[in-house]
Design a protein around this ligand. Sequence first.
Ligand code: ADP
Ligand code: ZN
Length: 218
Amino acid sequence: MRNIVMLGVQGSGKGTQAEMLAEKFSVSTVSTGRLFRSRIEEGTELGREIAPYVERGDLVPKDIVCRVVADWMDAPSARKGFILDGFPRNVAQAEALTEMLAENGRTLSDVVYIRLSDEEAMRRLSGRRVCANRDCETKFHVDLHPSKRDPNRCDRCGSELVHRSDDRSEAISRRLAIYGSETKPLVEYYRERGLLREVDGEQSIAEVFKSIMEKFRE
Ligand code: ADP
Ligand code: ZN
């Protein structure tokens, strides 16, 4: 069974690759960031609690994240394998994940790491526009990859494109700093455990996917 974690800096394209892999392996995928944004929009109690963290680009407290992820993983759809995008984000979360899985006799099978330089991450994030439809959230870039039919509408579903509040320069720097100090150590953490499948993120979407599939065949 494939129980996969996606690792990579913001802008590395891990969400896109997560969806492509989920289809390939017929497993379900979840983005914690997307789950949180939906809760915030719905205005639930949880949403109101996490909103300030997400807006600033800070990590949401561990207990909340773990509860949300555990609920998602308990659903029947995730029992046949899963791909996590955005969790774990630090060693404490990684250990919580191992425990969560062990409780149900499961383990992680692979960690896909998409490598990207900080400069390229900054460049991709600062011009990023995201489809406002939570079921789509397709990402575009004003220069690198604009929406073709209408620069303000999603090519895939026609919804409006927005500039995410945490894609503004202050929050971007914050997110990249947190990535460097908290999340990046997970690369070595998972390498030591023999789970890492590392690919170069500075290629086209199709090429990155091809590299990932090659790593799975090795
Ligand atoms: P990005 O990875 O581009 O920063 P995401 O959509 O993955 O965007 O996450 C958006 C925000 O959601 C994060 O900045 C953070 O506030 C929150 N978040 C997502 N996943 C986690 C997590 N595992 N732990 C804590 N906070 C999280
Ligand atoms: Zn869309």
